[in-house]
Design a protein around this ligand. Sequence first.
Ligand code: G3D
Ligand code: MG
Length: 268
Amino acid sequence: MQVVKRKIVLLGDGAVGKTSLINRFVLNKFSDKYIQTIGVKVSKKTVTVDDTEMILMIWDVLGQKGFTKVQEASLRGSEGAFLVCDLTRPETLSSLTGYWRDVLVRAAGEVPVILLANKSDLEWAVSEDDVRAVADELSAPWYITSAKTGENVEEAFHNLAGMMLEFEPVRRERGEEKADVMNLRDVLDYIMTDFARTYGSFEDAMPIIRKQFERANIKDMENPTYDEIERLIKNLYELSREMMGDEKAYRMRLRWVGKLRKFRGGDI
Ligand code: G3D
Ligand code: MG
């Protein structure tokens, strides 16, 4: 059985139920207590599709229009996405085509997408036909879900995982295979993810990263320069030594420098 690791994201207006859907899927429970995530939280769950074990890294990005650059950057490398709306609020459905689709495509390109119309256990303010129309426009399958009752949640995640597997040959053809760092933007991504992973908690790492991005004066997150990244590495490394100890920080820095070095023969 092959094992692969894949990144997925949930996008949609605030309070449509993204965090609750993840909790339902990952923990199989619904918590009425709403924990507002600041920035990004990553959960992990393994699903089996055919003879492939897929480790899904599920990124929960705080859902509000007007993403920060760091939030938008955290969507990069996503290999599948849910666009989520709330059946009790029609405007959350229209913003999927009006806003979130573009955010996703800008950050991740064309990836498998499923529309989730959530909160089916409450009184609906949109019809199934409305949902279908938007799904058509997105060329995406759709599910009526409830994070509260669990309706269709498991099914939706499994279906997305399956779609991602089917999509892999397409990615290969396009030369979009994972893992290889392709450009400076990817290096920036890598550093951010690696730091958060090494730090241990994405929630706690995010504010630090955001601050260090500002400090390194990275002007365009889409097009970072070599010097800007070099500055970021230097700052983050200094900080990490204090926070994680020399050994851990040093090895982390080595990984970053290894990626960055490819873009300019010399040493940093
Ligand atoms: P978000 O992550 O998209 O911002 P949350 O949304 O998951 O935080 O959910 C926002 C609110 O909607 C929460 O209520 C949550 O409990 C509720 N909710 C999410 N999914 C469902 C659902 O399927 N059915 C019902 N009835 N409620 C749901 P609170 O009151 O905690 O803010
Ligand atoms: Mg949330």
